[in-house]
Write a protein that binds this ligand. Structure first.
Ligand code: FES
Ligand SMILES: [Fe+2]
Length: 375
């Protein structure tokens, strides 16, 4: 996709050993299963934004590491997450992808009913069962925390505190107003490509001249300046040298998203947040990709466009100008990711050398490999 070539100082000093991942990491079912366990069952994952469930009873369902989870806002307006599994005989509770619950979640099988705080409130005919207590059969909760206003879940029994995970980013995005932004649009993409190819693609603009002619006119492909070059959070900014934003028209399409510095009104920031979030900050909107691996060669992507809540309803609010630009650019990226997947599956594929403009994909691979081998 977009940004970030090499950090300036390191541009010429990339180690010759930096190569793309071996084939097994992209095609193997065993590796995929290990990732689901090591990464997607134990790390904090972005699942959305509270404005997507603005009212009491609003919910959506998200599949994480093969588990169906309900994320909801309860009667006290607290955000909660539960396994979508009845405590009676295990039946799936919520069958729709999203909606509004009344006061309870009622199982479609024998009508056990749970409050939105997860407590079992009613279980027909169970009172006569010796030793049965409703208090022992609440829905199984999932750890939920907010980071910069986004909802994160963690399936681990004892998750690492989210504050320590995100400590390297403390206060970095405060002036972007992220908790108060509102989502105007979501597009879902189903890709025939491994999820890691999407991160690698996002993390360099070596491909931009050929793949993104329109983007390259607005932000020179070799202009990236990275400020996060190692670890789980990677990226930096690129200047917007023509027009005022990345939109079809080149104009800003909404009020500024935050209280950003003057120079940031002509920059686009691209950060990958390991392991499932891409955060792209424009002067007038924020785009967030959630990356959800489905199989070694299948990935689901949710792309959301967020705007300042005061922007909605104004005459100068033209979100489709941004959505159309990135929908076009996204599809260009997904196409080359799918082509990569096809070639990497070949018997003749072997890891290729990263260029000096691909230092961030190389760093992303290092982080990924360190998680995969960590004891
Ligand atoms: S399985 Fe849910 S009430 Fe029986
Ligand atoms: Fe791209």
């Amino acid at each position: 996709m977009n940004p970030t070539g090499a950090p300036r100082k390191a541009a010429e000093s990339l180690a010759p050993a930096a190569t793309t991942l071996p084939q097994g990491y992209i095609v193997s079912k065993e590796v995929f299963a290990k990732e689901q366990e090591r990464i997607f069952s134990s790390q904090w994952l972005c699942v959305g934004h509270p404005t997507q469930i603005g009212n009491a009873g609003d919910y959506f369902v998200q599949e994480v590491a093969g588990e169906s989870l309900i994320i909801l806002r309860d009667q006290k307006r607290e955000l909660r997450a539960f396994y979508n599994v009845c405590r009676h005989r295990g039946t799936r509770l919520c069958q729709d992808k999203a909606g509004r619950l009344r006061r309870v979640i009622q199982c479609p099988y024998h009508a056990w009913s749970y409050g939105l705080d997860g407590r079992l409130l009613a279980a027909p005919h169970m009172d006569s069962v010796a030793g049965f207590s409703k208090s022992n059969y609440s829905l199984q909760p999932v750890a939920l925390r907010l980071w910069e206003g986004f909802i994160f879940l963690n399936l681990a029994q004892h998750p690492e505190p989210i504050g320590s995970v995100f400590a390297p980013l403390a206060a970095k995005f405060t002036h972007w107003n992220l908790p108060k932004l509102k989502c105007a649009r979501r597009i879902e993409y189903a890709l025939k490509a491994n999820w890691k190819l999407i991160f690698e693609n996002y993390s360099e603009c070596y491909h931009c001249p050929l793949v993104h002619p329109a983007l390259s006119k607005l932000t020179p492909y070799d202009s990236a300046e990275n400020d996060l070059c190692e670890g789980p959070f990677l990226g930096g900014f690129m200047p917007i040298t023509k027009g005022n934003s990345l939109t079809m028209s080149g104009n800003a399409c909404a009020l500024p998203v935050g209280d950003i510095a003057a120079e940031d009104h002509h920059r686009v920031f691209y950060y990958s947040i390991f392991p499932n979030m891409l955060l792209s900050l424009h002067p007038d909107y924020v785009m967030v990709h959630q990356i959800w691996p489905q199989a070694p060669d299948r990935t689901l992507i949710f792309c959301d466009w967020f705007f300042h809540s005061d922007a909605f309803g104004r005459a100068d609010f033209l979100p489709e100008d941004a959505v159309a630009f990135w929908d076009m650019t996204n599809r260009q990226d997904w196409h080359v990711c799918e082509l990569s997947q096809q070639g990497i599956a070949s018997r003749v594929y072997s890891p290729g050398p990263y260029s000096p403009r691909e230092s961030i994909p190389a760093a992303w691979d290092r982080e990924y490999l360190s998680v995969m081998v960590r004891k």
